[in-house]
Design a protein around this ligand. Structure first.
Ligand code: MLT
Ligand code: ZN
Length: 453
């Protein structure tokens, strides 16, 4: 370790090398508080060359590195578990350049989503991907984990927004600067491969991202449904009617109750419901009228009466608050086990029933809080219980998801928390090919040795 520190201290600025345990402690527990690691050294290079120097020195001295962006991982993918040196990209954030004619931004990996949103907004542009953790999540981390978020239905996950990347690979080599080419068909592209590889192939240092125009007319409805099956049917009908849908989110009654309890607020819908669907319509003009037409064409009169409408800025952001406050509110009542399940949208009813069955089999010891991205078939199931009950519930729910041809992670990634379950949803052949790729790009597992596989 001393030789490693000696080598990097000749190359990085003094502020880039941190050994103070108190400062390091802020980086070693992940956002869920369920994963805490140990680490004696934090390195924070400011540029691509600095990252290259750190990775090459790590290879020279057989040091393992754990990469971290904003540390907003919800699957333990960003903290060092076994004393790896923490390579934080938080200071690699000088560049955030918008090219308004190409509709792209070129950014350093440590730039936060919120900062890009601010810069892009100067040209009435934004990134299609948006998340509640926008103030902390970094674009490099979002690409490495193929983050999804609130508008996947319209704009896709990060993979759809990344045009090109610059990386330092785990073998100590580097790729060239990322170019803002909208079209480039010159052979096999490594870009879609590294997106979602969770830092097991290389460190992303710079990204060129596709931007989309900000749609200035928005309208939101919160519609209560007595069953998840009714909610799924509604979502399908709406999507067959228009392309203007920018989100179809789901909040269960239990999630609403937790937000009410923690925030001291009262949900305005008093009728009995199992799920509330947040539908957002965005366009350049007349979103409110289009939303009303959609609701009139899909809902019966009593349902229409209990629907909440957000037609102006204040009222639609008020409705979004219910959805965006869930994660933080649950975190205030406990340390949930966060499942991030995905099934075909048409199988959401089966998944709901399977989770209900697991809950009743565990005889009342399990608190189940469901919310998420109904339009994408991605439901977050947060579980609160004694650890042994959580372990049983997790295994059983994942088994049921695999039976439904679903995935154990739609957007949070495998990280360190879901590694043992990866083989439930990926074949031996696929796992072997993942290992082959890691052996090519990150041969000594210098980068993220405990993540993914
Ligand atoms: C969300 O959809 O709110 C995020 O994925 C965060 C979470 O799952 O808690
Ligand atoms: Zn989510």
């Amino acid at each position: 370790m001393d030789n490693f520190v000696e080598e990097i201290s000749t190359k990085l600025d003094p502020g880039a090398i941190v050994r103070d345990p108190e400062l390091i402690a802020a980086f070693t527990t992940d956002w869920t508080r369920r994963v805490s690691g140990k680490c004696d050294l934090l390195v924070r290079p400011r540029d691509h060359q600095g990252v290259l120097d750190v990775v090459q020195a790590a290879i020279n001295h057989h040091i393992k590195l754990q990469i971290q962006g904003g540390n907003t991982s919800l699957s333990g993918g960003s903290v060092p578990l076994e004393g790896e040196v923490l390579l934080s990209l938080g200071r690699l954030c000088a560049r955030c350049a918008v090219d308004p004619d190409t509709l792209v931004a070129t950014v350093d990996a440590g730039v936060t989503l919120e900062r890009l949103q601010r810069e892009a907004m100067k040209y009435n542009l934004t990134l299609g991907v948006d998340l509640a953790s926008r103030g902390t999540a970094t674009l490099g981390g979002m690409a490495a984990t193929n983050a999804g978020g609130l508008h996947v239905l319209r704009y896709g996950s990060m993979r759809s927004s990344v045009i090109s990347l610059r990386c330092v690979w785990g073998d100590g080599t580097e790729s060239p600067r990322s170019a803002p080419l909208i079209k480039d068909n010159s052979g096999i592209s490594l870009t879609p491969l590294i997106v979602g590889s969770e830092g097991t192939l290389g460190v992303i240092t710079e990204l060129t991202l596709r931007l989309v125009p900000v749609l200035n007319s928005k309208a939101v409805a919160m519609v209560p449904f007595v069953t998840i099956a009714d909610a799924v049917a509604f979502a399908g009908k709406v999507r067959r009617m228009t392309e203007a849908v920018s989100a179809i989110e789901m909040i269960s009654r239990r999630a609403i109750r937790i937000v009410e309890e923690v925030k001291g607020v009262v949900f305005p819908i008093r009728e009995t419901f199992e799920v509330a669907v947040l539908l957002e319509i965005s366009s350049n003009a007349g979103a409110g009228d289009e939303l009303m037409e959609i609701l009139q064409g899909t809902l019966l009169a009593p349902q229409l009466q209990s629907t909440l409408l957000g037609i102006d800025n204040t009222s639609w952001s008020g409705l979004w608050q219910w959805r965006e406050s869930i994660t933080e509110s649950i975190q205030r009542v406990g340390e949930p086990l966060k499942l991030d399940l995905s099934v075909p949208v048409s199988a959401l009813g089966d998944l709901w029933r399977a989770v209900d069955e697991v809950q009743s089999d565990l005889a009342g010891g399990l608190d189940v809080i469901r919310f998420g991205h109904l339009g994408d078939g991605n439901i977050h199931v947060n579980l609160l219980a004694e650890e042994e009950v959580l372990d049983l519930a997790e295994v059983e729910i994942y088994r049921r998801v695999a039976e439904l041809d679903g995935s154990i992670t739609a957007e949070h990634g495998i990280g360190t928390l879901k590694k043992e379950f990866l083989s439930l949803v990926r074949t031996e052949w696929e796992l072997a090919r993942m290992r082959d790729l890691i052996a090519i790009f990150n041969p000594g597992r210098t980068l993220n040795p405990n993540v993914l596989i």
